[in-house]
Ligand binder design. Structure first.
Ligand code: XMP
Length: 519
């Protein structure tokens, strides 16, 4: 299929904040993709046909032998190019300038850039106060700019903070315009894409139409199965695919006994009542809880759940007969992570539960219509597709469900207690109007019993921990700063209303060093 939208290519050199560049561009309704520099070959460039290119920052030093380079043909594409931090340095080095190492000129953190006499279209709306706050993070610096470049902004430690070769539309900045700490950074991207001639037509309405066409092209008249978790991603994927191919899609929703209070009913009602699509409800609570009973080790729990899920899914998918595709709600951050500069996470912190391995085992091909979207874009698409607002705004819920919120031994009574406490906690958060400010909130039941006193009697019951975090993508997170009143009121409600819990704690660990879930 030909590309309907103009595309911007971000060549990734491994900066921690490359994804933010994509975010800023998407906010401008510009379609972009991030690709690690190793993958950007001449053939790739020809096929991708970018209308503009951004060279990201990165941890390497241009001075070191073997440090990453973009293919030199990128500079012959005759399209605007913006180099950021490492991208700026690599641009200078390749185009005939010079980069040197630190020696007192490293800059980390906030800096102020002041303008040079001449105006640059990239900087429209900048320097209204004669200076701009920017975020620097560099050890090396450009000591000589490449032929054809002029200086348009300087900072105390970066005499070439902003340079450009206006005849070729090449721009190079030493700082990171994509981060929050460069308050006017979005304006710079806006000017850049305007100069490159982007129309800003990457909207959810357009995305929906294109995705539907692509799904139809990919699937033809074959059958597709989709594992529904009840979460936002798989639900949006299912509704979108259903819109594309109707009853060729069958959803399989597995109740593994690890769902939240009333969750199974909510998901079933939502899909049966609103969408009238082929839907298999697999009540496999006994199977999962039987195998998990008494299990303590976090990885063992995850592995058991992952394996059973595959078995169960496979069994029910067979009922559909002849399915050739498996639909998944994979998002863009998952795609980038798996091909990132550093080759993705180097250690397994947790073996994430998904249906990995299933497609090969069942000989299925994948349909992943959300591969190009960030989480909040998926929510927007969900709204566009008419999914109920309350459903779209739901906090993420992990595949292994309550099992990983029950550190220590999993037992049915503990899961029941956890469900009740969690429902009250979420109810409290909603009543106080905080639900949408929080990325994710839940209760974990702790593997300790503590002594309490209720009325005139002694209690000996479980302690629980409340967790609530803010986050952009789940990769890093901060604990949510509830008021003491909120915490006190919630603790009182849980202890009074949930038999089996007599102590409530609040988890104030950020990620890193903690993780969001307890296991
Ligand atoms: P952690 O606990 O690693 O979680 O900080 C980050 C985000 O991922 C969710 N999570 C999972 N989601 N399968 C999922 O689908 C999993 O195995 C899994 N483990 C964690 C977690 O809820 C949080 O949103």
């Amino acid at each position: 299929m030909t590309n309907i939208h103009d595309r911007l290519l971000i060549i990734d050199f491994g900066s921690q904040v490359t994804q933010l560049i994509a975010r800023r561009l998407r906010e401008l309704n510009v379609y972009c993709e991030i690709h690690p520099y190793q993958n950007v070959t001449n053939a790739f460039l020809a096929e991708f046909a970018p209308k503009a290119v951004i060279l990201s920052g990165g941890p390497a030093s241009v001075i070191n032998e073997g440090s990453p380079r973009p293919p030199s043909t990128v500079f012959d594409l005759n399209v605007p190019i913006l180099g950021i931090c490492y991208g700026q340095q690599v641009m200078m080095e390749v185009l005939g300038g010079k980069v040197e190492s630190g020696h007192g000129t490293a800059e980390f953190g906030r800096a102020f850039v002041t303008p040079e006499a001449e105006k640059l279209a990239l900087l429209d709306g900048w320097f209204e106060d004669d200076k701009e706050q920017v975020w620097m993070s560099h050890g090396d610096h450009v000591s000589k700019i490449a032929p054809g470049f002029e200086v348009y902004g300087t900072s105390p430690n970066a005499p070439f903070a902003i340079t450009a070769d206006t005849s070729r539309n090449f721009f190079a900045v030493q700082f990171h315009p994509e981060v929050h700490h460069t308050p006017n950074g979005a304006k710079l991207y806006e000017n850049f894409v305007k100069m490159a001639g982007f129309k800003g037509d990457w909207t959810m309405g357009a995305y929906r139409e294109e995705a539907i066409t692509k799904i139809r092209e990919q699937v033809g008249d074959a059958k597709v199965i989709c594992g529904l978790s009840g979460g936002v991603d798989s639900s949006v994927a299912a509704v979108l695919i259903h819109e594309a191919i109707g009853d060729q899609l069958t959803c399989v929703f597995v109740n593994n006994g690890l769902l939240r209070k009333d969750e199974a009913e909510e998901v079933i009602t939502m899909f049966r009542d609103n969408y009238n699509m082929p839907f298999i409800y697999a009540d496999e609570r006994e199977l999962f809880l039987g195998e998990l009973d008494g299990q303590r080790d976090p990885e063992t729990k995850r592995k058991i759940i992952g394996k059973l899920f595959i078995d169960v899914f496979q069994k029910h998918a067979a009922e559909v007969g002849g399915a050739k595709f498996l639909a998944q709600g994979t998002l863009y951050p998952d795609v980038i992570e798996s091909v990132s500069f550093s080759g993705g996470p180097s250690v397994t912190i947790k073996s994430h539960h998904n249906v990995g391995g299933l497609p090969e085992k069942m000989g299925l091909k994948l349909v992943e219509p959300l591969r190009e979207l960030f989480k909040d874009e998926v929510r927007e698409l969900g709204r566009e597709l008419g999914l109920p607002t309350g459903f779209i705004g739901r906090h993420p819920f992990p595949g292994p469900g309550l099992a990983i919120r029950c550190p220590g031994e999993i037992t049915r009574p503990k899961l029941e207690i956890l469900r009740e406490a969690d429902a009250i906690y979420i109810d409290q958060i909603r009543k106080h109007g905080l639900y949408d400010e929080i990325w994710q909130a839940f209760v974990a039941i702790l593997p300790v019993k503590t002594v309490g006193v209720m009325g005139d009697g002694r209690t000996y019951d479980f302690a629980c921990a409340l967790r609530a975090v803010t986050s952009v993508d789940g990769m890093t997170a901060d604990y949510y700063p509830f008021s003491h009143e909120f915490l006190g009121e919630t603790a009182t409600r849980i202890i009074n209303e949930v038999p089996g819990i007599n102590r409530v704690t609040y988890d104030i660990t950020s990620k890193p060093p903690g993780t969001i879930e307890w296991e």
